[in-house]
Design a protein around this ligand. Structure first.
Ligand code: ATP
Length: 390
């Protein structure tokens, strides 16, 4: 709003888009004043919040002297003896508490933290693969069916006869021989949830969380039962240890102890089964192989003779092959290959055909693919593994 001088020398109001009386009444001013004071108060409150340092969430190890002091554990694992604020609720072992950052005084108990979201850390699936996708392992398939499938499908049989089925089994053998697909096939045939964890990840990726993760995996398996927990590379978790020097070794040991406790804690006829896999049975801690734990051990060897032909047939099932292909000759050339290497040779032969604009894979492409696999670093590594550990 602006003013200009009238011809009579009196100031005159110009019209603006809004208007109010030149002298607002006192109630209106009071109301405006009140709003302003409230706004200032609110802003002051906000300013105080900005100035306050964050509080630390700690874990109570022990409450002492009628809640006047406590031993708390800060997130990096260090423990402190601290004062507890007068208004703080009674603390107990395992509670989460908010503490001042400077002096770690415990101020307020907070509700337990949200459950660790285990589903983010493991692979959970409902496999669909059938037994017919596994070649050359008829004896192993029979054993897996007996140990896992039968108790899950017909627990009453075991009750009637009065015997306890094993809680789980150990599949051992060289890399790429079909241990994982055996576990997936039995999960599919029993319509079980397949929960996969990798031993090396458990101890390397989730440092400090291994034991908790193991506990949660078993809990998840119970919730999703019937289920199969598949632990690949169990040797990373359960290798014999001579000494527990470093904190890393102690951490692995804690995770392993939790695993044993979980194994011991569930009943044989619970519809949760454990399948562990390793390439190094020789280094496993005997504690894990004891009766009542992983007490059935199934050797999954490299295929030979007829086994190679079976695996070859499975992986060429959907391929377009020339009539001239000599499967017996190819199988002979693949002597020493694992199932994974046979599969890899099949895929490679397809690439050789594509590169030559062919839609059929012939003997020539297959032989070139076999040669390529034999020259690969992985094949050489596997050969060295076989020579060392069998
Ligand atoms: P690792 O010890 O390295 O974990 P693994 O023994 O668990 O290996 P798998 O993951 O089961 O091996 O096999 C890898 C792939 O090789 C499978 O997806 C499958 O395609 C093929 N394969 C391995 N063995 C067989 C087999 N006996 N029959 C058919 N395919 C096989």
């Amino acid at each position: 709003m602006t003013t200009k001088t009238s011809t009579k020398g009196q100031p005159e109001e110009t019209k603006t888009s809004f208007s109010y009386t030149a002298e607002p009444d006192s109630t209106q001013m009071e109301a405006e004043n009140k709003i302003l004071r409230e706004t200032v108060a609110q802003l002051q409150q906000e300013l105080i919040k900005y100035q306050q340092p964050a509080l630390m969430i700690c874990e109570v190890v022990e409450a002492i002297d009628n809640n006047r002091h406590a031993i708390i554990k800060v997130p990096n694992g260090n423990q402190f003896f601290v004062n507890v604020a007068a208004g703080c609720e009674t603390l107990a072992y395992g509670d989460s508490v908010l503490c001042e950052q400077k002096n770690l005084m415990a101020l307020k108990k907070v509700p337990p933290m949200k459950k660790f979201d285990i589903e983010k850390f493991v692979i959970i699936e409902k496999p669909t693969m059938g037994w017919d996708q596994i070649g050359g392992l008829a004896d192993q398939i029979r054993d897996v069916k007996e140990v896992i499938e039968l108790p899950l499908q017909k627990p009453e049989l075991f009750k009637k006869v009065g015997i306890d089925p094993p809680k789980g089994l150990l599949l051992y053998g060289p890399p790429g021989t079909g241990k994982t697909i055996l576990a997936k096939a039995v999960a599919a045939s029993t319509n079980s949830t397949f929960i996969e964890i990798v031993g090396s990840e458990l101890v390397q990726k989730f440092i400090g969380e291994g034991a908790k993760l193991v506990k949660e995996v078993f809990q998840l398996a119970r919730e999703k039962a019937p289920s199969i927990i598949f632990i690949d590379e169990i040797d990373s978790l359960a290798a014999k240890r001579i000494e527990l020097g470093t904190s890393g070794e102690r951490e692995v040991q804690r995770t392993f102890m939790q695993f044993l406790a979980e194994l011991d804690g569930f009943k044989r006829l619970d519809n949760v089964k454990i399948i562990a896999a390793t390439n190094r049975k020789d280094i496993l801690d005997p504690a894990i192989l004891r009766p009542g734990r992983l007490d059935r051990h199934i050797h999954v060897p490299q295929p030979t003779g007829e086994g190679i032909k079976e695996v070859l047939k499975i992986h060429t099932r959907n391929m377009k092959l020339s009539k001239s292909i000599d499967m017996d000759r190819l199988a002979k050339e693949m002597e020493g290959f694992s199932g994974a290497e046979i599969k890899s040779a099949c895929t490679e032969s397809g690439y050789f055909a594509i590169r030559q604009d062919k839609f059929h894979v012939g003997q020539k492409e297959f032989l070139a693919a076999i040669k390529k696999v034999k020259n690969s670093e992985e094949f050489k590594e596997n050969q060295a593994h076989m020579a060392m550990y069998g």
